[in-house]
Design a protein around this ligand. Structure first.
Ligand SMILES: [Zn+2]
Length: 81
């Protein structure tokens, strides 16, 4: 397994209009929906929002599997009963 490849994918720099440069960003969980999560990207220098990303349930499972190798939950429906 080459784990560095995955880290390069998640850590990124985005262009910040305030700093007028590509800045390293911090990922912040903005909103959790049943089928997706929305992340906000904040400039680490000035703290302004420079981007947004939606992660669908499928992508999230993939991300978690790669990050922690946790087995997927089998019965989510039990929680609603
Ligand atoms: Zn900035």
């Amino acid at each position: 397994m080459n784990q560095q490849q995955f880290e390069n994918f998640t850590a990124s720099s985005l262009y910040c209009e305030k700093c007028k440069a590509a800045m390293p960003v911090r990922e912040r969980l903005l909103l959790v929906l049943p089928d997706r999560e929305i992340f906000d990207y904040l400039c680490t220098e000035c703290g302004s929002s420079v981007g947004r990303r939606e992660i669908t349930a499928g992508e999230k499972m993939l991300t978690q599997a790669m990050a922690r190798r946790r087995p997927p939950r089998k019965s989510v429906r039990q929680l609603t009963q």
